[in-house]
Every structure is written in C-alpha cells, then in structure tokens.
Design a protein around this ligand. Structure first.
Ligand SMILES: [Zn+2]
Length: 154
C-alpha cells in the first residue's frame, strides 16, 4: 500500500470513529430541557411522563384566539380553534399543528394508549384518543403545564 493511501485510510477511520459518539449524543439530545425556568412539576410531566391533576390548569378556561406553544422549546403546537371542552379537566384539542408531535404507544397503568411528545424537543405532552368530536376524530388530552398560551393580540 502506498503511504498516501495508508494515510487516507487512517484519516477516514478516525473520522468515522469520531462520528459514533456524535450520533449517540444526537439521539439523546432529542429529549432535552431547553427552558431553564421549568418548575419541578413541569419537568416531571415533560420528562418523566407524569400527569397533572385534572382541573388544575387555568388553560381549561382559556377561550381567546391564539396559539398554544411548547413550554420547553416554545414551538407552536395547537391553534385555539382546535380547542374544545372535553369535560375531562385537561385542555383538549381536536387537531395539532402539522408535524408538531410524534407519537408512541404507552402501556402504563395496564392501558394501551398513544402518548405524544413535542417533535422538536421530545417533551411529553399528553395522550391522544380516537373519540374526538370533530372530523379528525382525535382528542388530544394535554397537560396544561406543558403549554404556554400566547393570545393573538400580543
Ligand atoms: Zn418542545
């Protein structure tokens, strides 16, 4: 083997080896605390898949026009026109904004449910059910603590 080719091979090997830790790091970074001001309760819900008490969120009563954003990364998740009163005690929506969430099947508490999390930061937000009142048939049951509402007028 020529010396130059050998050096090339070593270089490529080093590059590919050094890329491995980055790929592991990247996978972990999909679930990350970005908002340093999150409360302990918010962190528990968003990163340990806990659930807030029903009727505890003021957002249950929010009826203004605007958008609901992720409390961790700030991305827009729901528009106010998809919000409805489900009577469950959690802010509920018939539709999420396109690409806002990723879902995963959750078998905790002996139930098969579909958990959804923010596509941008990985924070858990709630569960989605197929008994919604609109055309979509969806009911996004969201922890109010995971959301920040920004009215249209601001
Ligand atoms: Zn987020």
């Amino acid at each position: 083997m020529k010396k130059r080719n050998f050096l090339k091979l070593i270089t490529y090997t080093l590059i590919s080896l050094s890329a491995i830790p980055f790929s592991i790091l990247y996978a972990q970074n999909t679930k990350k605390i970005l908002n340093k001001n999150l409360s302990e309760e918010q962190k528990k819900i968003m990163f340990e898949e806990d659930t807030e008490k029903p009727y505890s969120s003021d957002l249950n009563y929010e009826t203004r026009e605007g958008f609901y954003h992720c409390a961790n990364c700030g991305v827009k998740l729901f528009a106010s026109n998809s919000k409805f009163d489900s009577g469950t005690g959690w802010p509920s929506f018939t539709d999420a904004l396109p690409g806002a969430f990723k879902t995963k099947v959750d078998y905790s508490f002996g139930m098969k449910r579909t958990e959804y999390h923010c596509a941008k930061c990985g924070a858990h937000h709630g569960h989605v059910f197929n008994d919604g009142p609109s055309k979509s048939g969806k009911r996004y049951c969201n922890n109010g603590l995971c959301l920040i509402f920004i009215p249209k007028d601001i």
